[in-house]
Design a protein around this ligand. Structure first.
Ligand code: GRG
Length: 306
């Protein structure tokens, strides 16, 4: 993460993110010290994928949304790990030959390249179920745990990420386009990418016992940020380098995929992403300095090169 200094509060986003990532990674490491009852190769594959150097954006959103609502980041660590587990499962499955068929993820060989397709399917299954186990056991009190499980299930499931992925694959494979391309693209990304961003802020606010108003503000922030992130991801596919991004670039064009730069051009896509980031930052302005890290993270999403 670029060393973006926040002007108002004089902290470095890079240092804050590095510190938070250390805590997240330590917890993920502990959660994946699985008992010997887990087959050794499956355990190795789970750790290979989950402990790989991802940006940890979604867990950072959980922690910093909780912080914006006055909670310690420590209390939000289990929910943050659960979100990262679901995200990681989606990447492992997305990379499979039946879906995006990728060889490179987080700068390393993809799970199925290392461990075979059957193991990659099982790693995804294991991560998804592990996430809900973590929420059930480690998010307290019970009513917050239940609310987090329901929100994560909705975001990750058929009406959220899985549904967005299904429509994305259908569109790529020449499915009929019943709605205008831009609306369709936005709907796909609101579910495929945006839902996991939004639920990250929601889980942070739930753990913190936030008011309805705070929850709504963080939801808006998550929605705007998620869409801006996807536009930036599309732009990286056009302009980024495989070495920096850690996955194959140029594949959207090769697959004839519907993308923001493809529909709107690079300049207009960048303008829209900037406008969304401004809206995201405005949504959390009422939190004052408690949301400084969320504000700085929004800027990073726009400027990132990986
Ligand atoms: C298989 C159910 C299922 C869903 C797949 C997440 C996803 C849905 C597909 C990934 C394909 C893709 C490149 C989507 C674009 C945005 C995205 C989610 C990028 C990956 O997220 P990052 O950049 O990844 O936060 P790291 O590795 O940093 O965690």
């Amino acid at each position: 993460m670029a060393a973006t200094a926040n002007k108002q509060s004089d902290f470095s986003l890079a240092d804050s993110a590095a510190d938070a990532r250390c805590r997240i990674d330590a917890a993920l490491e502990t959660y994946t010290r699985l008992s010997p009852a887990c087959p050794a190769q499956l355990a190795e594959a789970i750790r290979y994928c989950l402990l790989a150097p991802g940006k940890r954006l979604r867990p950072l959103l959980v922690l910093w949304s909780a912080e914006a609502c006055g909670c310690t980041v420590e209390a939000a660590i289990p929910a943050a790990c659960a979100v990262e587990m679901v995200h990681c499962y989606s990447l492992v499955h997305d990379d499979l030959p039946a879906m995006d068929d990728d060889d490179l993820r987080r700068g390393r060989a993809t799970c199925h390249k290392m461990f075979g397709e059957a193991n990659a399917i099982l790693v995804g299954d294991a991560l998804l179920t592990l996430a809900f186990g973590v929420i059930a056991r480690d998010v307290h009190p019970a009513e917050v745990s239940v609310a987090c499980a329901a929100a994560l299930a909705d975001a990750a499931g058929a009406l959220g990420m899985v549904g967005g992925q299904a429509d994305d694959l259908a569109a790529e494979r020449g499915g009929s386009m019943e709605v205008p391309p831009l609306d369709s693209l936005q709907s796909i990304h609101d579910r495929k990418t945006g839902a996991m961003f939004t639920v990250s802020t929601t889980l942070g606010s739930l753990v913190a016992g936030a008011s309805e108003e705070q929850q709504a503000a963080l939801r808006t922030y998550g929605q705007k940020l998620g869409l801006a992130f996807q536009i930036a991801d599309d732009l990286l596919d056009v302009e980024g380098s495989t070495a920096a991004v850690g996955k194959r670039v140029g594949k959207d064009r090769d697959h004839g995929k519907l993308t923001f730069p493809g529909l709107l051009g690079v300049d207009e896509s960048r303008r829209r992403a900037r406008a969304l980031i401004d809206e995201a930052r405005a949504a959390v302005a009422p939190f004052g300095s408690a949301a400084d890290r969320l504000t700085a993270l929004a800027r990073y999403v726009l400027e990132r090169n990986r």
